[in-house]
Design a binder for this molecule. Structure first.
Ligand code: GRF
Length: 196
């Protein structure tokens, strides 16, 4: 039986698309049980619907605290029997209410070689620092910002003529490779994260 996974998004959802593609393979050990977006217009919600996956808009507005919103997310995830959560371009800081509510089974993807360039605009930070190698990281989520144990990484070169769009696109191609790989290892209980 496939492990039910929830994917949290805020935007275009190209990582969601990569996860949907991988999980539709009958041999992949997980399936996407629900996609939740805090933005109603997120294109990822449409991708989910087209794939026949429940797509839920859950606004972060109107809640008394981040914790109250996260408790609402946990309710939705539990209602869909989710065991693992993938944050995929979910532009909210999550609290221990979500992490502990899902027994720590929460992954995130970040467009840098962590621990370099956590937080917003990682690709722009990479360009501004003039790094020659950039990349992406999948990590377990803890209470810090992009700081949990690293599960998968992949690097890409930064080319002399790169602008932000070119670098973002090159990093996205490896994001789409490492996220399904990390999820597969996670649901199979094969994680041996680096502890820092
Ligand atoms: C990706 O670059 C991801 O690493 C970051 O947000 C972006 C989401 O892109 N956390 P998409 O919505 O999956 O296309």
């Amino acid at each position: 039986m496939k492990t039910p996974v929830g994917v949290l998004i805020s935007g275009s959802g190209t990582n969601l698309a990569a996860l949907l593609d991988s999980t539709q393979d009958p041999h992949f050990p997980a399936e996407i049980a629900v996609v939740i977006s805090n933005k109603e217009a997120a294109y990822g919600l449409q991708r989910a619907r087209e794939a026949g996956v429940p797509a839920v808009f859950a606004s972060h507005r109107g809640w008394p605290s981040r914790e109250a919103y996260d408790a609402h997310l946990v309710e939705i995830l539990r209602a869909h029997r989710v065991e693992w959560v993938c944050l995929a371009g979910f532009m909210r800081i999550v609290t221990p209410v979500l992490i502990e509510g899902m027994q720590g089974k929460v992954l995130n993807i970040h467009p840098s070689l962590l621990p370099a360039f956590p937080g917003l605009h990682a690709q722009r930070q990479a360009l501004e620092h003039g790094v020659k190698i950039a990349g992406a990281t999948v990590h377990l989520v803890d209470a810090g910002l992009d700081s949990g144990p690293i599960i998968e990484q992949a690097s890409v070169p930064v080319l002399p003529d790169d602008d932000l769009d070119a670098l973002q696109a090159r990093i996205l191609t490896v994001e789409h490779q490492i996220y399904p790989r990390a999820l597969r290892r996670a649901v199979l209980g094969e994680l041996q994260p680096t502890t820092r």
